[in-house]
Design a protein around this ligand. Structure first.
Ligand code: DX5
Ligand code: ZN
Length: 248
């Protein structure tokens, strides 16, 4: 049986909700993941912060490895100089792995390295290579990288914490990124990360993005399962063109 690639799974289920786990109860990781699975979520987002590129420190490869779940592992590396660190995250089970050019002297080389890496969850699933952009970084930084990535992740907050407010200029940046993708002649995924809540998720989905990351608005310490279900329901029917076939 042919195994769909992670890229195909995301594209065919666009828009996909990727739930950030850092405000979950990490001492009950298994049941928090089970809650996401039960809700119908298909992708879990892990924010890796190193205390250098980001003021906060969060988790590393052992945490990724501890995610015992069929959910796709969406690993967002907000760390300095990821070039020689990416392999550890891929070995720990990343399906989607996003780096930041602002943190990387050799972003192109890191992406090239990732192209040669195998998905350890399923060798045929492949990796989705993402490039994340901070709100203050010009989108032109993506241009030299467009041949070596599958996902553009527009940050709608400055990296550092969950629970920040969605920066309004993100809408224009998403439109510009869509034009860049159209002009690239490549089929690429577009995502938005940060500040996405019950109040704005439908609006963000309507921008025509493929991946929507939401963290603290799901794991709010109160009604996580209801929140996750709400987010999934809110993005339904907001597919980019005719993409949505619902294969995740
Ligand atoms: C920002 C991170 C985001 C963020 C998501 O540094 O990349 O993933 O924590 O959390 P919320 O949804 O709370 O903004
Ligand atoms: Zn993130």
């Amino acid at each position: 049986m042919t195994v769909p690639t992670a890229f195909d799974l995301l594209r065919d289920s666009s828009p996909v909700v990727s739930v950030g786990i850092l405000t979950a109860d990490l001492l009950s990781l298994g049941s928090e993941l089970a809650l996401l699975e039960r809700s119908g979520v298909k992708v879990v987002h892990v924010d890796v912060m190193d205390g250098c590129f980001c003021p906060m420190m969060t988790v590393g490869p052992p945490f990724i490895k501890a995610l015992k779940t069929p959910l796709l592992h969406d690993v967002h590396l907000m760390i300095d100089e990821p070039l020689n660190k990416v392999a550890d995250y891929v070995a720990a089970g990343a399906d989607i792995i996003t780096i930041h050019p602002e943190a990387c002297s050799h972003a192109h080389r890191a992406l090239q390295q990732m192209r040669a890496m195998k998905n350890v969850n399923h060798p045929e699933r492949g990796l989705v290579r993402g490039v994340g952009l901070n709100p203050g970084t010009a989108l032109e930084a993506l241009e030299p990288l467009l041949d070596e990535l599958e996902l553009i992740l527009i940050l709608a907050v400055n990296p550092g914490w969950g629970g920040q407010k969605f920066i309004a200029s993100t809408r224009g940046r998403v439109e510009k990124a869509k034009r860049m993708i159209a002009g690239s002649g490549r089929e690429l995924l577009l995502g938005v990360d940060g500040g996405i809540t019950r109040d704005n998720i439908a609006e963000v989905a309507a921008l025509g993005v493929d991946l929507i990351v939401t963290g603290s608005a799901v794991f709010d310490g109160k009604t996580a399962e209801a929140n996750a279900k709400f987010m999934l329901e809110a993005v339904k029917g907001k597919a980019v063109g005719s993409r949505q076939t619902g294969s995740l």
